[in-house]
Design a protein. Structure first.
Length: 469
């Protein structure tokens, strides 16, 4: 109870420290995760035909509706199997999903008889972004029971090993072209010793901008020495972290580099990772204080190296390295469109062991899912205004769990910078969560309290989202 009461003032505390003003945005959304066989949905009061159009878009099914069977759909659920999701969406209507040979399955929605479902429902106009699966690559996880070594497997599949995650039996393979990669998929399709997944590109994080003022967010925390067993470590999965202001440096552990040395990166320009490390500490600073300072530490994990972008494979590699180094909170101020089964499973397994994950929802005014934030084991964070409403530029999909101010003021080499977007929101929440974990609360207690205190606020009659061109 004490934790929940304290967290109820958290939104105000975060906003007073780092505030900005935005408008509200829409709520209706459908996240149909076909590869994971799970569905999230939230509809305030949307016409059934429009809901079915979203289903067609998400699944590729051809949908037919019985004329005059339309109604309003008002429902909210998460992480639900597709069959149960259809029951919840359709309520008292019947449905039949009929597979087709060499064609999309057909979904019939009707009151009494399938034959009455004659009205074709066109798919909704789609967003133009598309998941960025990396051509010619696959991520292979080899089970311990496998009789074939990864070297022999790569040779048989005509692939080249580009990287590996030590201890996870997971490898990144490159093929000569996409046809060769698909041939490898077919060769592995009937086996049980190897799981194949795509590798997806992850976009470059939000940029930072300098500002011409002397505004400084107060920071009065002092680091205190603690044993390894009592120390709370935040794994910052990001770009390299540079030196922070003097009063913050002692909170940062030596960096891990899982994608090679960051050679060639300019040292006189503020990196995204540096701004997120400082923002995490601002979030920590508004949480209840430990006696005699804070035992929380930030573990920077560079998943970019000298590359401009990264991949879901390297995100997973960074998470694995951070957890092995003792991290119990993982901050992922990054987002992409690719739904990686391997990354989702790693997060799910770690969450069961008490690791808290926080992911940025994305800086586009859409309801489409972004990853890794949309995975069930991640607390998805969007940006809010001072009233707690979702910012107009931020993702507002049904997968979003909490909202926090989307702005952070940071310092680097004597200059002030502003960082905006859901990246900053995520770092603020991660830092606050670390403070509560350090006060003795369990991961589940902190997770539940954050969702209650910072849960997104959606208007009863939201305006339509701006159309993308």
């Amino acid at each position: 109870m004490r934790l929940r009461l304290a967290l109820k003032s958290l939104r105000l505390g975060l906003t007073m420290a780092l505030c900005q003003t935005f408008l509200t945005s829409g709520a209706d959304s459908l996240n149909w995760r076909t590869r994971q066989n799970r569905v999230d949905a939230q509809f305030e009061s949307l016409e059934l035909q429009k809901v079915l159009a979203k289903v067609s878009t998400a699944t590729g099914w051809s949908v037919y509706l019985e004329p005059d069977a339309g109604k309003k759909v008002s429902v909210k659920f998460k992480n639900t199997p597709p069959g149960e999701a259809l029951k919840l969406l359709l309520n008292d209507l019947n449905f039949a999903l009929v597979p087709q040979k060499d064609a999309p399955s057909k979904l019939y929605v009707f009151r009494t008889a399938l034959q009455q479902a004659t009205q074709f429902v066109a798919a909704e106009e789609t967003d133009d972004r598309g998941a960025k699966a990396i051509p010619n690559e696959r991520v292979l996880t080899v089970k311990p029971s496998a009789k074939e070594s990864i070297d022999a497997l790569a040779q048989r599949l005509s692939g080249k090993i580009l990287g590996k995650i030590e201890g996870a039996n997971t490898y990144r393979l490159l093929f000569s072209d996409e046809a060769a990669a698909r041939a490898a998929d077919q060769a592995l399709a009937n086996g049980s010793d190897v799981e194949a997944d795509y590798n997806f590109a992850v976009d470059r994080p939000t940029r930072v901008d300098s500002i011409d003022n002397n505004a400084v967010v107060p920071f009065d925390l002092k680091p205190k020495v603690s044993t390894d067993s009592s120390k709370v470590i935040v794994g910052l999965i990001d770009t390299p972290v540079q030196s922070l202001p003097e009063e913050m440096n002692a909170f940062v552990l030596p960096s891990l580099h899982v994608a090679g040395d960051p050679l060639g990166r300019p040292q006189d320009e503020l990196s995204h990772g540096t701004s997120m490390a400082e923002t995490i500490l601002h979030g920590l600073n508004v949480a209840p204080k430990e006696a005699e300072g804070s035992s929380v530490r930030i573990l920077p994990v560079d998943i970019y190296g000298s590359n401009p972008d990264t991949t879901t494979f390297d995100v997973a590699k960074g998470i694995f390295a951070a957890i092995n180094a003792g991290a119990t909170i993982i901050n992922m101020s990054l987002a992409g469109d690719g739904d990686s089964i391997f990354l989702a499973r790693m997060i799910e397994d770690a969450r069961k062991q008490g690791v808290l994950f926080f992911g940025a929802a994305g800086n586009e005014p859409t309801t489409l899912p972004t990853f890794p934030a949309a995975y069930p084991g991640v607390v998805a964070v969007t940006a809010s205004d001072r009233r707690g409403n979702i910012a107009p530029y931020a993702n507002r999909g049904s997968f979003v769990d909490v909202a926090a101010p989307g702005m952070s003021l940071v310092q680097f080499e004597g200059e002030n910078f502003i960082v905006s977007g859901t990246s900053a929101s995520t770092a603020l929440v991660s830092g606050t969560a670390a403070g509560y974990r350090a006060s003795g609360q369990t991961a589940d207690q902190v997770d539940a309290a954050l969702r209650e205190a910072l849960g997104v606020r959606r208007p009863a009659n939201p305006p339509p989202p701006p159309r993308r061109r």
